[in-house]
Design a protein around this ligand. Structure first.
Ligand SMILES: *Cc1c(COP(=O)(O)O)cnc(C)c1O
Length: 432
């Protein structure tokens, strides 16, 4: 594989961009080697600067659910561009967008558009604090909610330990207000709520966790959080930045049948453009400025071009429910193939999947939270990642990420991916 041009660009980038990338995971540090610089993408494929072509399973971390360079979305964007890139004043597309979101996700009665998932979660937590007049939040180990200060908190040992900042620059004051619990451990959350009675503003969770690798909630866990929040007057926030419009047109909350008070959205909602949103119960959303006292604003929020892309995407998903069955079937096929390969080659692995999301963990344990996810052999994952690249398949460059299937992955391509997985696993065994 020739990677000269990518390599040269990376050298130049490192001089002027921290670590050479604009988002850390892209630097390939978790898997070794240098990042590939992508020139263009089409359907199921990424093409790098050296003209290598890969079947890809990241899809911009989720947004490209219809594959790259989708004609409907591109046409909508091109039309919108002709009427100027930004107004800084309201436009009709924002109304259409809010109407469509509230139709597709009924727990959202009112919604505010922002420009990224990070912005959505930060605003949602501020809103929950303003609404409840309480300071603390509970988050879950291994869940990612963007890079807001409150979310960059690791867990201490023991259920009722205060958080410690995960990143320099996050103050102890912020860390003190963020409590953490293990995913799928309702008892730990109940204990935290009891020890901090009347002080918890919000529980924020990825209802299906995608940022420690894919981890699915156990039966009763989310319902238990719902009940706890109802009893204690805590705002339940589902961070569906990743799962919204992916697991179903109504998100994870639709298939798992639990309604949050606030939902945060991003990724697919922009169709590849920088968009996020947060929305929920009218009564809570009316606390947002200018209707209410909790301030939140954005110069480019509801941007007409971004709205055009998002509307085209959501309209398509709303009117083509068969998309989800197709995605699920293809994903099941790939996961079954991977499991068969692992067994045949005698490699320890656990495949977690739901809908069009999945992760192959290199561990023989059942992965149900961050602790069990961390039993994975990450060195083995690094070798597997590079072997898959050699086979023409581009995976997320970390063990702790979910993979995403787009509608551009046909049965034929699924077969190719499974074969590549077999060859890569075999190569990894031989070089161990
Ligand atoms: C990606 C992601 C975010 C952050 O979104 P950005 O657009 O990267 O700021 C927040 N929460 C979840 C669950 C995510 O997957």
């Amino acid at each position: 594989m020739k990677t000269e041009k990518s390599h040269k660009l990376f050298e130049r980038a490192k001089n002027v961009i921290p670590g050479g990338v604009n988002s850390p995971v892209r630097a390939f540090r978790a898997v070794g080697g240098n990042p590939l610089f992508i020139k263009r993408a089409e359907g199921a494929y990424l093409i790098d600067e050296d003209d290598n072509k890969y079947i890809e399973l990241i899809n911009s971390w989720g947004p490209m659910i219809l594959g790259h360079a989708n004609t409907d979305i591109e046409n909508a964007v091109c039309e919108a561009v002709k009427d100027s890139l930004s107004f800084g004043a309201p436009g009709e597309r924002e109304v259409f967008m809010a109407e469509l979101i509230t139709t597709m996700i009924p727990s959202i009665e009112k919604v505010r558009m922002v420009s990224s998932g990070t912005e959505a979660t930060m605003a949602a937590v501020r809103l929950a604090r303003g609404y409840t007049n309480r300071a603390k939040i509970i988050k879950f180990e291994g869940c990612y909610h963007g890079h807001g200060d409150s979310f960059l908190i690791a867990a201490g040992s023991g259920a009722i330990t205060l958080g410690v900042p995960d990143s320099p620059g996050v103050t102890q004051g912020v860390a003190n207000d963020t409590l953490t619990a293990p995913f799928n451990n309702l008892k730990a959350v109940q204990d935290l709520a009891a020890a901090n009675k009347g002080q918890i503003a919000a529980i924020i969770i990825e209802p299906v966790a995608g940022n420690m690798g894919l981890v699915v909630p156990e039966t009763g866990f989310l319902q238990g959080l719902r009940t706890l929040c109802d009893n204690e007057g805590i705002v339940l926030i589902f961070d569906e930045v990743m799962t919204g419009f992916r697991l179903s047109k109504g998100g994870a909350q639709q298939i798992l049948n639990v309604k949050p008070d606030i939902t945060t959205l991003g990724k697919i909602i922009g169709g590849g453009m920088p968009v996020g949103a947060y929305g929920g119960k009218k009564e809570i959303m009316d606390f947002v400025s200018p209707a209410g006292p909790v301030y939140q604003a954005g110069t480019l929020s509801g941007n007409p071009v971004a709205m055009a892309a998002g509307l085209a995407m959501l309209n398509y998903l709303n009117t083509h429910p068969e998309v989800y069955t197709h995605l699920e079937n293809i994903t099941a096929r790939i996961c079954e193939g991977f499991e068969k390969n692992l067994k045949e080659l005698g490699i320890k692995g656990t495949v977690n999947k739901i809908g069009s999301m999945f992760t192959l963990f290199f561990t023989d344990q059942k992965v149900k939270d961050f602790e069990t996810a961390k039993t994975s052999d990450t060195a083995l994952f690094g070798r597997y990642f590079r072997a898959m690249l050699e086979e023409g398949v581009y995976l997320a460059p970390s063990q702790y990420e979910s993979l995403f299937i787009s509608t551009a992955i046909t049965e034929e391509l699924a077969e190719k991916i499974v074969n590549a997985n077999y060859k890569a696993l075999k190569a990894v065994l031989q070089n161990a």
